[in-house]
Design a protein. Structure first.
Length: 105
């Protein structure tokens, strides 16, 4: 996380669908106000670039179709990584089985 926060890897990408998952889970587990605070922090963070997903919807659905077991949000991450030539920073082992991606734990 220090490398990410320091910008060592460049700007991190935050897909809309991941944002949606984060605030939804936080709202359910910690309350609506916690979700709002986290959302504000994510959207205001200079180390993160928010990526609207409507433009990648079809590519995300194609990844979702190809890789059974990926959530739709994870499929969107795959589509964005491929389109931008980006690596994926995740502890989610589902990404390991997607060929042609660099996944950093």
């Amino acid at each position: 996380m220090r490398s990410l926060a320091s910008g060592a890897w460049g700007l991190a990408l935050l897909p809309e669908y991941v944002f949606l998952e984060v605030v939804t889970v936080l709202a359910a587990r910690s309350g609506h106000q916690s979700a709002i605070q986290a959302g504000d922090v994510l959207l205001g963070n200079r180390e993160l670039e928010f990526v609207p997903c409507s433009e990648i919807f079809l590519a995300a659905f194609d990844s979702f179709r190809r890789y059974a077991g990926l959530s739709f949000a994870d499929a969107a991450i795959v589509a964005i990584a491929r389109q931008r030539g980006a690596s994926i920073l995740s502890f989610d082992t589902d990404f390991q089985r997607v060929e042609g991606l660099e996944v950093m734990p």
